[in-house]
Design a protein around this ligand. Sequence first.
Ligand SMILES: Cc1cc2nc3c(=O)[nH]c(=O)nc-3n(C[C@H](O)[C@H](O)[C@H](O)COP(=O)(O)O)c2cc1C
Length: 207
Amino acid sequence: MTETASAPAVIEAAAYREAMARLASAVHVVTTDGPAGRAGFTASAVCSVSDAPPTLLVCLNHASSSHRVFGRNEALCVNTLSATQAGVAATFSGRLSAPERFASVGWSGLATGAPVLDDCLVAFDCRIVKRVTVGSHDVLFCEVVGLAAPSEADGLVYADRRYHAVPWPRPVEEGGDEPAVERRSGRQGRRRTDAGAAPDPLPRAPK
Ligand SMILES: Cc1cc2nc3c(=O)[nH]c(=O)nc-3n(C[C@H](O)[C@H](O)[C@H](O)COP(=O)(O)O)c2cc1C
């Protein structure tokens, strides 16, 4: 991309967050257990890094009440949520304490000791192998040592600061004369696909 002339020299944090809100992201609850205790938080900043060795990354805000615990424990589990778990996402991003969060869901321990939540789409049992601080966040690089319960349940995504169910599978057409997904004309526009109207979003997360 070479069109940088009109870009401002500095992007305001609020403008950056607003732009990032346009990205639809899978929703995860990242959990840990170990010498520093048990903790978990809702996360969308999770990304695959490598498949040899299987490695993913998780970004954790320094301001999170979970930060100290994740900084000392050596294992974590990325629990990718299904469409029925918007309430779980709200619980793990809200004001409850860690014991209250875990008391509200079914869970069990994985090989590393990290908690896996019931009814997830898939869960990645990980050992934290590297921590890098970037601005307000720690980036946790994690080697995946186990997988739990890959399921064919519908997915959950977060976009425009709301939760949405993703009926699965629901491919869009590649190529052809007609776009499979119409561009929205404005922020209040409704998105349609060849498969029909987009599903109504799930309730907003309480913040
Ligand atoms: C959909 C969603 C995605 C989030 N993604 C992240 C994330 O990737 N990293 C992060 O540190 N916090 C993320 N948060 C915020 C945390 O879940 C949590 O609300 C925040 O850390 C405050 O939590 P605390 O009460 O444990 O301090 C996200 C929140 C929501 C609702």
